[in-house]
Design a protein around this ligand. Structure first.
Ligand code: SF4
Length: 66
């Protein structure tokens, strides 16, 4: 699975880091918190990544299966 975060949409709310802590983490980018996604995540994480994408208030998370 590959997950990415659209930084032009992300508001740094942190919900994705709660839903899929192994995949997303918040980083300081020029004074703003933005989520970073590990681009290649294990197959076991895909349910959590899907939940994170569904819960993102900004619809900023994209994912695809390999
Ligand atoms: S849930 Fe969405 S808006 Fe919130 S930090 Fe994650 S990617 Fe950004």
């Amino acid at each position: 699975m590959r997950a990415t975060v659209d930084h032009s949409r992300c508001i740094g709310c942190g919900l994705c880091t709660v839903n899929a802590p192994g995949t997303f983490e918040l980083k300081d980018q020029g004074g703003y918190s933005r989520s970073e996604a590990i681009e290649d995540t294990s197959r076991e994480n895909w349910v959590r990544v899907r939940a994170a994408a569904d819960c993102c208030p900004q619809n900023a998370i994209r994912w695809e299966k390999p």
